[in-house]
Design a binder for this molecule. Structure first.
Ligand code: AKG
Length: 318
Protein backbone atom coordinates (compact mmCIF):
# COMPACT_ATOMS: atom_id res chain seq x y z
CA UNK A 1 0.00 0.00 0.00
CA UNK A 2 1.28 3.49 -0.84
CA UNK A 3 1.26 5.28 2.51
CA UNK A 4 1.66 8.70 0.84
CA UNK A 5 -1.57 8.25 -1.11
CA UNK A 6 -3.60 6.77 1.76
CA UNK A 7 -1.99 8.14 4.94
CA UNK A 8 -5.10 7.67 7.15
CA UNK A 9 -5.62 4.06 6.02
CA UNK A 10 -1.93 3.25 6.49
CA UNK A 11 -1.99 4.67 9.99
CA UNK A 12 -5.23 2.80 10.80
CA UNK A 13 -3.73 -0.47 9.54
CA UNK A 14 -0.64 0.12 11.72
CA UNK A 15 -2.78 0.68 14.82
CA UNK A 16 -4.88 -2.41 14.11
CA UNK A 17 -1.81 -4.60 13.47
CA UNK A 18 -0.33 -3.44 16.76
CA UNK A 19 -3.62 -4.13 18.54
CA UNK A 20 -3.84 -7.64 17.04
CA UNK A 21 -0.22 -8.38 18.06
CA UNK A 22 -0.86 -7.34 21.66
CA UNK A 23 -4.13 -9.33 21.74
CA UNK A 24 -2.24 -12.41 20.53
CA UNK A 25 0.40 -11.97 23.21
CA UNK A 26 -2.23 -11.53 25.86
CA UNK A 27 -4.22 -14.62 24.95
CA UNK A 28 -1.16 -16.81 24.83
CA UNK A 29 -0.19 -15.75 28.36
CA UNK A 30 -1.84 -17.16 31.45
CA UNK A 31 -4.62 -14.59 31.55
CA UNK A 32 -7.85 -15.99 32.98
CA UNK A 33 -10.39 -16.29 30.23
CA UNK A 34 -13.36 -14.25 31.31
CA UNK A 35 -15.87 -16.91 30.30
CA UNK A 36 -14.66 -18.84 33.32
CA UNK A 37 -14.81 -15.86 35.65
CA UNK A 38 -17.77 -14.84 37.75
CA UNK A 39 -17.63 -11.14 37.01
CA UNK A 40 -19.40 -10.18 33.84
CA UNK A 41 -18.41 -7.51 31.40
CA UNK A 42 -20.17 -4.24 31.87
CA UNK A 43 -20.42 -2.91 28.36
CA UNK A 44 -20.46 -3.89 24.71
CA UNK A 45 -16.88 -2.76 24.20
CA UNK A 46 -15.52 -5.25 26.74
CA UNK A 47 -17.83 -7.96 25.38
CA UNK A 48 -16.39 -7.50 21.90
CA UNK A 49 -12.87 -7.66 23.31
CA UNK A 50 -13.71 -10.88 25.19
CA UNK A 51 -15.18 -12.46 22.07
CA UNK A 52 -12.04 -11.67 20.10
CA UNK A 53 -9.75 -13.07 22.78
CA UNK A 54 -11.86 -16.21 22.90
CA UNK A 55 -11.80 -16.60 19.12
CA UNK A 56 -8.01 -16.31 19.02
CA UNK A 57 -7.59 -18.73 21.92
CA UNK A 58 -9.90 -21.27 20.33
CA UNK A 59 -7.83 -21.04 17.13
CA UNK A 60 -4.65 -21.71 19.12
CA UNK A 61 -5.83 -25.07 20.50
CA UNK A 62 -3.67 -27.88 19.11
CA UNK A 63 -5.50 -30.96 17.84
CA UNK A 64 -4.03 -34.40 17.21
CA UNK A 65 -6.22 -36.95 15.50
CA UNK A 66 -3.92 -39.31 13.63
CA UNK A 67 -3.34 -41.91 16.33
CA UNK A 68 -2.49 -45.38 15.02
CA UNK A 69 -2.04 -48.64 16.93
CA UNK A 70 -2.82 -51.77 14.96
CA UNK A 71 -4.13 -54.85 16.75
CA UNK A 72 -5.78 -58.07 15.64
CA UNK A 73 -9.42 -57.95 16.77
CA UNK A 74 -11.72 -60.88 15.86
CA UNK A 75 -9.21 -62.00 13.23
CA UNK A 76 -8.91 -58.58 11.57
CA UNK A 77 -6.19 -55.94 11.83
CA UNK A 78 -7.75 -52.70 13.05
CA UNK A 79 -6.54 -49.31 14.21
CA UNK A 80 -7.86 -49.44 17.75
CA UNK A 81 -7.15 -45.71 18.24
CA UNK A 82 -9.30 -44.56 15.34
CA UNK A 83 -11.65 -41.85 16.64
CA UNK A 84 -9.37 -40.51 19.39
CA UNK A 85 -8.56 -36.79 19.49
CA UNK A 86 -6.23 -34.94 21.83
CA UNK A 87 -6.83 -31.19 22.18
CA UNK A 88 -4.08 -29.39 24.10
CA UNK A 89 -3.93 -25.90 25.66
CA UNK A 90 -7.68 -25.72 26.10
CA UNK A 91 -7.40 -24.37 29.68
CA UNK A 92 -4.63 -21.99 30.71
CA UNK A 93 -2.84 -22.10 34.08
CA UNK A 94 -5.17 -19.63 35.81
CA UNK A 95 -8.26 -21.52 34.61
CA UNK A 96 -6.77 -24.86 35.67
CA UNK A 97 -6.17 -23.43 39.15
CA UNK A 98 -9.75 -22.20 39.39
CA UNK A 99 -11.09 -25.63 38.38
CA UNK A 100 -8.72 -27.52 40.73
CA UNK A 101 -9.76 -25.22 43.62
CA UNK A 102 -13.40 -26.03 42.90
CA UNK A 103 -12.66 -29.78 42.83
CA UNK A 104 -10.84 -29.51 46.19
CA UNK A 105 -13.86 -27.68 47.61
CA UNK A 106 -16.19 -30.42 46.28
CA UNK A 107 -13.90 -33.11 47.69
CA UNK A 108 -14.14 -31.44 51.10
CA UNK A 109 -17.96 -31.36 50.82
CA UNK A 110 -17.83 -35.05 49.90
CA UNK A 111 -15.71 -35.85 52.96
CA UNK A 112 -18.28 -34.10 55.16
CA UNK A 113 -21.03 -36.26 53.64
CA UNK A 114 -22.66 -33.29 51.88
CA UNK A 115 -22.63 -34.94 48.40
CA UNK A 116 -24.69 -37.96 47.39
CA UNK A 117 -22.14 -39.74 45.12
CA UNK A 118 -18.65 -39.04 46.47
CA UNK A 119 -16.38 -42.06 46.97
CA UNK A 120 -12.95 -42.16 48.51
CA UNK A 121 -10.32 -44.52 47.10
CA UNK A 122 -10.50 -48.01 48.58
CA UNK A 123 -7.60 -50.31 47.82
CA UNK A 124 -6.50 -49.85 44.23
CA UNK A 125 -8.62 -47.07 42.81
CA UNK A 126 -9.20 -43.36 43.15
CA UNK A 127 -11.67 -40.93 44.71
CA UNK A 128 -14.60 -40.00 42.51
CA UNK A 129 -17.58 -37.63 42.60
CA UNK A 130 -20.52 -38.04 40.20
CA UNK A 131 -22.79 -35.22 38.97
CA UNK A 132 -25.89 -35.35 36.75
CA UNK A 133 -26.39 -39.10 37.17
CA UNK A 134 -25.23 -42.01 39.32
CA UNK A 135 -23.61 -44.97 37.64
CA UNK A 136 -21.80 -48.23 38.37
CA UNK A 137 -18.65 -49.30 36.51
CA UNK A 138 -19.35 -52.98 37.14
CA UNK A 139 -22.14 -55.20 38.44
CA UNK A 140 -22.88 -54.07 42.00
CA UNK A 141 -22.99 -56.40 45.03
CA UNK A 142 -26.79 -56.12 44.81
CA UNK A 143 -26.60 -57.51 41.25
CA UNK A 144 -27.27 -54.22 39.42
CA UNK A 145 -25.64 -54.25 35.96
CA UNK A 146 -23.02 -51.60 35.09
CA UNK A 147 -24.44 -48.29 33.84
CA UNK A 148 -26.73 -45.47 34.94
CA UNK A 149 -28.80 -45.99 38.10
CA UNK A 150 -32.04 -44.42 36.91
CA UNK A 151 -33.74 -44.24 40.29
CA UNK A 152 -30.90 -42.73 42.31
CA UNK A 153 -30.56 -38.99 42.73
CA UNK A 154 -27.40 -36.93 42.67
CA UNK A 155 -26.37 -33.25 42.57
CA UNK A 156 -26.64 -31.43 39.22
CA UNK A 157 -23.55 -30.22 37.33
CA UNK A 158 -21.84 -27.35 39.24
CA UNK A 159 -21.98 -24.07 37.27
CA UNK A 160 -18.20 -23.97 36.71
CA UNK A 161 -18.44 -27.39 35.03
CA UNK A 162 -21.19 -26.07 32.79
CA UNK A 163 -18.83 -23.29 31.70
CA UNK A 164 -16.24 -25.96 30.86
CA UNK A 165 -18.84 -27.81 28.76
CA UNK A 166 -19.79 -24.59 26.96
CA UNK A 167 -16.15 -23.99 26.09
CA UNK A 168 -15.71 -27.54 24.78
CA UNK A 169 -18.59 -27.06 22.37
CA UNK A 170 -17.82 -23.44 21.45
CA UNK A 171 -14.17 -24.30 20.78
CA UNK A 172 -14.99 -27.29 18.53
CA UNK A 173 -13.65 -29.90 20.96
CA UNK A 174 -17.07 -31.62 21.21
CA UNK A 175 -19.82 -31.46 18.57
CA UNK A 176 -22.96 -29.42 19.46
CA UNK A 177 -25.02 -32.60 19.03
CA UNK A 178 -23.21 -34.27 21.97
CA UNK A 179 -23.34 -31.67 24.74
CA UNK A 180 -22.49 -33.52 27.97
CA UNK A 181 -25.15 -33.59 30.69
CA UNK A 182 -23.23 -35.42 33.44
CA UNK A 183 -19.69 -35.94 34.65
CA UNK A 184 -17.43 -37.79 37.03
CA UNK A 185 -14.53 -36.10 38.80
CA UNK A 186 -11.62 -38.52 39.36
CA UNK A 187 -9.10 -37.57 42.05
CA UNK A 188 -5.94 -39.67 41.91
CA UNK A 189 -3.57 -39.48 44.86
CA UNK A 190 -0.05 -40.88 44.46
CA UNK A 191 -0.36 -44.61 43.60
CA UNK A 192 -4.05 -44.37 42.55
CA UNK A 193 -5.24 -45.71 39.17
CA UNK A 194 -8.30 -46.54 37.07
CA UNK A 195 -8.39 -50.16 35.83
CA UNK A 196 -8.89 -51.12 32.14
CA UNK A 197 -12.47 -50.53 31.02
CA UNK A 198 -14.75 -49.48 28.18
CA UNK A 199 -17.27 -46.81 29.20
CA UNK A 200 -20.88 -47.97 29.47
CA UNK A 201 -23.03 -47.68 26.35
CA UNK A 202 -25.53 -45.81 28.54
CA UNK A 203 -23.32 -42.83 27.57
CA UNK A 204 -23.17 -41.60 23.98
CA UNK A 205 -20.00 -41.26 21.94
CA UNK A 206 -18.01 -39.06 21.81
CA UNK A 207 -17.25 -38.31 25.43
CA UNK A 208 -14.14 -36.70 26.84
CA UNK A 209 -11.78 -36.43 29.78
CA UNK A 210 -10.05 -33.21 30.88
CA UNK A 211 -6.71 -33.37 32.79
CA UNK A 212 -5.46 -31.22 35.64
CA UNK A 213 -2.64 -30.91 38.19
CA UNK A 214 -0.10 -33.35 36.68
CA UNK A 215 0.57 -35.15 33.42
CA UNK A 216 0.05 -38.91 33.30
CA UNK A 217 -0.14 -41.63 30.67
CA UNK A 218 -3.37 -43.29 29.61
CA UNK A 219 -3.04 -46.80 28.11
CA UNK A 220 -5.15 -48.22 25.29
CA UNK A 221 -5.37 -51.88 24.22
CA UNK A 222 -8.15 -54.16 22.97
CA UNK A 223 -6.91 -56.89 25.27
CA UNK A 224 -5.57 -54.72 28.09
CA UNK A 225 -5.62 -56.47 31.48
CA UNK A 226 -4.21 -55.87 34.91
CA UNK A 227 -2.92 -58.83 36.89
CA UNK A 228 -3.14 -59.64 40.63
CA UNK A 229 0.24 -58.03 41.22
CA UNK A 230 -0.70 -54.88 39.32
CA UNK A 231 1.20 -55.61 36.08
CA UNK A 232 -0.44 -54.62 32.79
CA UNK A 233 -0.60 -57.21 30.00
CA UNK A 234 -2.22 -57.62 26.60
CA UNK A 235 -0.22 -54.94 24.77
CA UNK A 236 -0.96 -51.26 24.91
CA UNK A 237 -0.39 -47.82 23.43
CA UNK A 238 0.64 -45.18 25.97
CA UNK A 239 -0.58 -41.63 25.46
CA UNK A 240 0.59 -38.72 27.68
CA UNK A 241 -2.22 -36.43 28.83
CA UNK A 242 -0.87 -32.89 29.42
CA UNK A 243 -2.54 -30.65 32.00
CA UNK A 244 -5.24 -28.43 30.49
CA UNK A 245 -5.80 -30.96 27.67
CA UNK A 246 -8.97 -32.74 26.57
CA UNK A 247 -8.96 -36.30 25.27
CA UNK A 248 -12.03 -37.06 23.13
CA UNK A 249 -12.99 -40.75 22.88
CA UNK A 250 -14.99 -41.91 19.91
CA UNK A 251 -15.09 -44.79 17.40
CA UNK A 252 -12.65 -47.65 18.01
CA UNK A 253 -10.81 -45.51 20.58
CA UNK A 254 -13.96 -45.61 22.73
CA UNK A 255 -15.45 -49.00 21.86
CA UNK A 256 -12.74 -51.41 20.70
CA UNK A 257 -9.85 -50.28 22.88
CA UNK A 258 -10.05 -50.62 26.65
CA UNK A 259 -8.33 -47.78 28.50
CA UNK A 260 -6.80 -47.32 31.93
CA UNK A 261 -4.64 -44.93 33.92
CA UNK A 262 -1.87 -46.88 35.69
CA UNK A 263 -0.71 -45.85 39.20
CA UNK A 264 0.10 -42.13 39.09
CA UNK A 265 3.33 -40.84 40.62
CA UNK A 266 1.81 -37.60 41.85
CA UNK A 267 -1.68 -36.21 42.54
CA UNK A 268 -3.82 -35.78 39.43
CA UNK A 269 -7.44 -34.76 38.73
CA UNK A 270 -9.53 -35.57 35.66
CA UNK A 271 -13.13 -34.76 34.82
CA UNK A 272 -14.91 -37.11 32.41
CA UNK A 273 -17.86 -35.41 30.68
CA UNK A 274 -20.50 -37.55 28.96
CA UNK A 275 -23.96 -37.26 27.43
CA UNK A 276 -26.49 -39.85 28.54
CA UNK A 277 -28.50 -41.92 26.11
CA UNK A 278 -31.96 -40.31 26.43
CA UNK A 279 -33.63 -43.65 27.24
CA UNK A 280 -31.12 -44.26 30.08
CA UNK A 281 -31.44 -40.90 31.82
CA UNK A 282 -32.45 -40.90 35.50
CA UNK A 283 -36.23 -40.73 35.89
CA UNK A 284 -35.99 -37.31 37.63
CA UNK A 285 -33.61 -35.79 35.04
CA UNK A 286 -34.42 -32.39 33.51
CA UNK A 287 -31.99 -31.07 30.84
CA UNK A 288 -30.04 -27.98 31.96
CA UNK A 289 -31.58 -24.91 30.21
CA UNK A 290 -28.18 -23.17 29.94
CA UNK A 291 -26.64 -26.11 28.09
CA UNK A 292 -29.17 -25.91 25.25
CA UNK A 293 -28.40 -24.36 21.85
CA UNK A 294 -24.65 -23.80 22.39
CA UNK A 295 -23.12 -22.69 19.09
CA UNK A 296 -19.48 -23.33 18.08
CA UNK A 297 -17.43 -20.17 17.50
CA UNK A 298 -16.90 -19.23 13.86
CA UNK A 299 -13.09 -19.33 13.94
CA UNK A 300 -12.10 -16.56 11.54
CA UNK A 301 -12.84 -15.03 8.19
CA UNK A 302 -11.17 -16.48 5.13
CA UNK A 303 -9.08 -14.12 3.07
CA UNK A 304 -10.22 -13.29 -0.44
CA UNK A 305 -8.29 -16.20 -1.97
CA UNK A 306 -10.29 -18.56 0.24
CA UNK A 307 -7.15 -19.94 1.88
CA UNK A 308 -7.89 -21.27 5.36
CA UNK A 309 -4.34 -20.92 6.66
CA UNK A 310 -4.39 -17.15 6.44
CA UNK A 311 -7.03 -15.96 8.87
CA UNK A 312 -8.04 -12.35 9.06
CA UNK A 313 -9.19 -11.30 12.51
CA UNK A 314 -12.13 -8.93 12.42
CA UNK A 315 -10.86 -6.21 14.70
CA UNK A 316 -13.08 -3.17 14.32
CA UNK A 317 -13.99 -1.08 17.34
CA UNK A 318 -11.41 -2.68 19.62
O1 AKG B 1 -8.60 -40.08 34.38
C1 AKG B 1 -8.71 -40.22 33.17
O2 AKG B 1 -8.13 -39.46 32.37
C2 AKG B 1 -9.58 -41.32 32.61
C3 AKG B 1 -10.89 -41.41 33.32
C4 AKG B 1 -11.76 -42.53 32.85
O3 AKG B 1 -11.36 -43.41 32.14
C5 AKG B 1 -13.18 -42.54 33.27
O4 AKG B 1 -13.61 -41.62 33.98
O5 AKG B 1 -13.89 -43.49 32.88
Amino acid sequence: MDKNTFPEIASEVKILSHRIRSLKQEVSSDAVDMTLEDDLFEDDHKELYREQRERIRSMNVKKKRDFVFLEKVNGEIVNILDGLELHTEVFNAAEQKKIVDKVCQLQEQGRKGELKRAFTAQGKGRSAIQFGCCFNYRTSKAGRPPGILRHETVEPLPSLFKLIIKRLVKWHVLPPTYVPDCCVVNIYDEGDCIPPHIDSRDFLRPFCTVSFLSECNILFGSNLKVGETGEYSGGSYSLPLPVGSVLVLNGNGADVARHCVPEVSTKRISITFRKMDESKRPVWFIPEPDLQGIQPIIPCELNTSGSSDQCILVSENV
